[in-house]
Design a protein around this ligand. Structure first.
Ligand SMILES: [Zn+2]
Length: 562
């Protein structure tokens, strides 16, 4: 017996003496200082888990639409100021835009993410069916409440290591204001805020942990409001004396919808009538229609836009009205940097996907069922591969044209990606296969699903920041790719001119109406650990029929994961 104890001790003691750290770390880590400091960054992110959750839940509760992100602005800039960042406010004349910098010298790394939410998307988190916090209010039905939490936690983890080891470099945090209106980033570029930046890491919510390089396969767009002007008259007493601006809007839309059949399949165009007159008995002297014209390349966007102007001219001729137009936003199609994406993806593989709990999966699967999603297997269980350039993806031939699988959406991060080496990190805070820009996309966004996705993303980002800071050759290669491949034939021409200004008045009225109603629901982290706890939501909340439905298919072999 004594001998056995002696044997056990003789095996265990040296292990204990050499320290636990060695047991946790992968082999060879001591010989690779970069691997060692990356492991420290991962631990530092883990230590900031609660902070990430708080930032995420706070922004979720503010629910602010584009250009009206005032609470978000105050909260984030105050937080970063306390952490030692220097804040530059009102960037490009936008009251809610800011840049926070820390550190000194090269490289300068910009770290950004969007902050605005979606109209009428208010939704209680953790509830697998439609249940708004405030009926009709804006809500984070895309998940833009999460990216700043990820970026801040990653940046603070890296900052503490830079301070300790005296690593030179500048971290520059910034928000994508009014991304849903593609209203800010082209102005940041035009006004020179990214002039001295060496690389940009952008984060966007997704349902897997991944990144991509090359042509992102999405559309760019120009957002244009057409303002028609006619003359008013008594709509019954003297309609012949009136010239209806609303008629012009309707005829423009009809004209566009006829033309649509003869446009390339890659285009996406849509409109809302933002002013349809005041009341039926007054011939509308003023009316406006707001279009997004989306296409795959700069020349095609311009062509589509010109077709829109012609259609407006036609409508004005038919109604004897006049029109003007104003550009409210713009975005190029995205193109992302290969060397930085590859560095990021190497780190992603080391981090892997979060471990989902049965509760996380239950919420995800019930939500997918509720929304009749094609995928019903819940959250991602397998890491996505790195996203390849759209041009190298499988093609199909139709009517003499070659098509690649495309996504119709846009993001003005593209204007930054055409100005300096940029990548987008996507992280798994949302449920796969939901409609997007929809209340259901808010369901996971203040739950453990979002929180775990952010932490996984922050680890990959922190590791990549260290790559950029400590391996100067990556930035060199990134610029070589940018100069010799990306922009060799295609140069960036902004869709906005020096005379455009950010449309900061947009959403003012809606936010003024809803802010007092949302305020009682702002998250209070001094009293509640999580926003779910504050709202008193049992995680997850399902209806009985949703539970029964999932029970039924439990034994059937359904596809799992993504
Ligand atoms: Zn977005």
């Amino acid at each position: 017996m004594k001998r056995t104890i002696y044997l056990i001790l003789s095996v265990l003691l040296p292990l204990l003496a050499t320290g636990q750290r060695k047991v946790k770390q992968p082999a060879g880590i001591d010989r690779d200082p970069l691997a060692k400091i990356k492991a420290e960054a991962v631990a530092a992110v883990d230590a900031r888990k609660d902070q990430a959750q708080q930032i995420n839940d706070m922004l979720f509760s503010f629910s602010e639409l584009g250009f009206q992100e005032q609470e978000t602005f105050t909260y984030l800039t105050t937080l970063l100021e306390k952490e030692g960042f220097t804040i530059q406010k009102n960037i490009s004349g936008m009251p809610t835009a800011w840049i926070a910098t820390w550190g000194s010298g090269k490289p300068v790394i910009a770290i950004g993410s969007d902050v605005d939410c979606i109209p009428k998307a208010s939704q209680k988190p953790g509830v697998a069916y439609k249940d708004p916090i405030v009926d009709g209010a804006p809500g984070h039905g895309e998940g833009h409440n999460s990216g700043q939490a990820l970026n801040i936690v990653a940046a603070l983890a890296v900052k503490q290591l830079m301070e300790r080891d005296k690593i030179p470099g500048t971290l520059m945090l910034w928000p994508g204001v009014a991304e849903e209106l593609v209203g800010a980033k082209a102005f940041y570029i035009r006004d020179g805020y990214f002039k001295n930046v060496d690389a940009c890491i952008f984060t966007h919510v997704g349902d897997n942990l991944t990144t991509s390089y090359g042509d992102a396969g999405n559309n760019g767009l120009v957002s244009v409001k057409f303002n028609f002007e006619g003359s008013a008259a008594h709509a019954a007493g003297a309609p012949w004396r009136g010239k209806s601006a609303l008629d012009a809007v309707e005829l423009m839309n009809i004209g566009w919808n006829y033309r649509r059949e003869h446009l390339e399949l890659t285009q996406r165009s849509h409109y809302v009538i933002s002013d349809g007159g005041d009341q039926p008995n007054v011939v509308p002297s003023k009316a406006a229609v707001w279009y997004y014209f989306r296409e795959r390349s700069y020349p095609k966007i311009k062509k589509l836009f010109e077709a829109g102007i012609k259609t407006a001219e036609g409508a004005a001729l038919m109604t004897d009205t006049k029109f003007t137009y104003e550009i409210l936003g713009s975005a190029w199609p995205g193109h992302f940097n290969k060397p930085i994406a590859e560095a990021m993806y190497n780190n992603i593989r080391k981090v892997g996907l979060p471990t989902w709990s049965p509760e996380d999966q239950l919420l995800a699967r019930a939500t997918q069922k509720e929304l009749q999603a094609r995928k019903t297997g819940g959250l991602a269980m397998k890491l996505d591969s790195i996203g390849l350039p759209a041009g190298t993806a499988p093609t199909m031939i139709m009517g003499g044209q070659t098509f690649v699988p495309l996504t119709g959406g846009s993001d003005d991060i593209a204007d930054i990606s055409w100005s300096l080496p940029t990548i987008v990190l996507r992280y798994p805070s949302n449920i796969p296969d939901l409609p997007g820009h929809h209340w259901s996309n808010a369901i996971s966004m203040a739950t453990p699903i979002a929180h775990k996705g952010i932490v996984a993303g922050a680890k990959a980002e922190a590791m990549t920041l260290l790559d950029l800071l400590l391996k100067p050759e990556i930035i060199k290669e990134a610029w070589a790719y940018y100069t010799n491949e990306q922009t060799k034939e295609q140069k960036y021409t902004p869709l906005i001119s020096p005379k455009e200004f950010p449309a900061v008045y947009l959403n003012q009225k809606i936010m003024a109406d809803f802010k007092p109603k949302l305020k009682p629901y702002y998250y209070d982290p001094t009293r509640y650990k999580t926003y779910l706890e504050q709202l008193g939501i049992k995680y997850p909340t399902l209806r009985d029929d949703q539970r029964a439905d999932l029970e039924k298919i439990k034994d059937n072999k359904e596809p799992t994961g993504k």
